[in-house]
Design a protein. Structure first.
Length: 142
């Protein structure tokens, strides 16, 4: 599922998972590190069915094509990567998102683990690699 969302809608989506652990992966298809880590995010999603996953893409920060074209390219990426969790396309300004969600400027990939109740358990601000998976799994079991 790909959905275009403003900040309020992204917050509602995150808040709707307060009853469980949630991994939110901020990415863009134009970000090499994001593309490199996506197979690991997909694998974690497959391994941990009790954890909720959301992707928040920053496609529109640099890609100002019509939404239909961006969505078509994202669908191809989602299919290619085997992504089975919702993808939210952020439609607002970069500063608004980074400030509201406490993301360091221009830092993607950026993965945030929220525990039950919504609090942030852990943040990963670099490209996830295979050796990082035990740490990520531990955060997801919070």
């Amino acid at each position: 599922m790909i959905e275009f969302c403003d900040l309020a809608e992204i917050r509602r989506k995150i808040d709707s998972h307060r009853d469980k652990v949630l991994l939110v992966n901020h990415f863009a298809t134009w970000c090499g590190g994001c593309v490199d880590e996506m197979p690991l995010i997909v694998r974690l999603h497959q391994e941990m069915p009790d954890v909720a996953f959301l992707g928040v893409t920053w496609e529109l920060f640099v890609d100002h094509r019509p939404h239909a074209e961006v969505e078509a390219d994202l669908r191809a990426f989602v299919d290619e990567q085997g992504i089975q969790f919702p993808i939210l396309v952020y439609t607002g300004t970069p500063g608004e998102l980074m400030s509201a969600l406490e993301i360091e400027p221009q830092t993607i990939p950026h993965t945030v683990v929220h525990g039950p109740g919504g609090g942030v358990v852990s943040r990963f601000t670099t490209t996830l690699e295979e050796p990082d998976l035990p740490t990520v799994r531990a955060a997801l079991q919070a």
